[in-house]
Design a protein around this ligand. Sequence first.
Ligand SMILES: C[S@@+](CC[C@H](N)C(=O)[O-])C[C@H]1O[C@@H](n2cnc3c(N)ncnc32)[C@H](O)[C@@H]1O
Length: 332
Amino acid sequence: MTTVDAEVVSGLEREIEVETLSMPSTHPPRSYAAHKTGSGVTYCGSAERVLTSSIGRKLKGKVQLIFTSPPFPLNRKKKYGNLQGEAYVKWLSAFAPLFRDLLKEDGSIVMELGNAWQPGEPVMSTLALKALLAFLEEGKFHLCQQFVCYNPARLPSPAQWVNVERIRVKDAYTHVWWMAPSERPQADNRRVLKEYSPAMLKLLSSKKYNSGRRPSEHKIGSKSFFQNNNGAIPSNVLTFANTNSNDQYSNYCRRNNLRLHPARMAIGLPEFFIRFLTTPKNLVVDPFAGSNTTGAAAERLKRRWIAIEPNNEYIAGSVGRFPGQEVYSNDT
Ligand SMILES: C[S@@+](CC[C@H](N)C(=O)[O-])C[C@H]1O[C@@H](n2cnc3c(N)ncnc32)[C@H](O)[C@@H]1O
């Protein structure tokens, strides 16, 4: 079993008094380590509080990957202007310099942001895009690549426009933005190869295909496809059906009468990026961890992890993702 870097762990249980960033919150007044395994720790507290505390300071320059899906504000219509939207953009982008400080020189940030709609109108909100642009600018990050995470099992939504009036189609993907301080962060697509398709396997064994120039202007050499590279290079469209209501986590929550996290992601998503952008023992941080899907993926892949979540019930449920691991919970 791997252990969390002693330097990072020391003083983790200490009570933290720090100033918070701009977004007002109803989060616990003190942060504390609420769950721990041999490879990681979940802090109960807000990300702004934890990351500006001694914990954040100890993590500076040590994190290989920040993988997260930040909270998104309910876009309720306001009587006077869209202050809520602007406040959100300000709140999220204020994390950019904090995240940048945590990262190693060749580290990455991967952020999942869903689509949002204007309340009461069949029109999309641009808030997530504005927040992303502000975040990039504040952190002076490069946008390494945009991914789309497609969920084929997603129920039709927004229902009014899709099912009732039939004037829009099903919204079935989220945006996943990969950013980094460097143009060449650590990455290796050989760690995320997909199984070859039956057609490609046939081609590899028959060694027969048409070489030459394609209509797309690509020139296919006469031996280009002879080498078996143990799998195909994936595209930036990732598909994960988030349908598992009978998994270990859900069963644990039901058994213990804990609320299931309403916005948890498919574990395949963090697994893909952890493999692609880190190596074993690297440190992965999820500052808006929810049910700690990221920590569970990191644990499985033998990376170290730190998760931050202010809702204690979500943390209690997340423990179900780590069967047989040492657990403790205290706020003293
Ligand atoms: C979209 S959810 C993350 C879901 C997670 N990826 C999962 O698979 O369960 C965002 C989480 O951010 C938490 N959150 C809200 N404000 C926060 C803050 N200021 N600091 C840290 N976490 C926060 C919410 O409680 C929520 O659980």
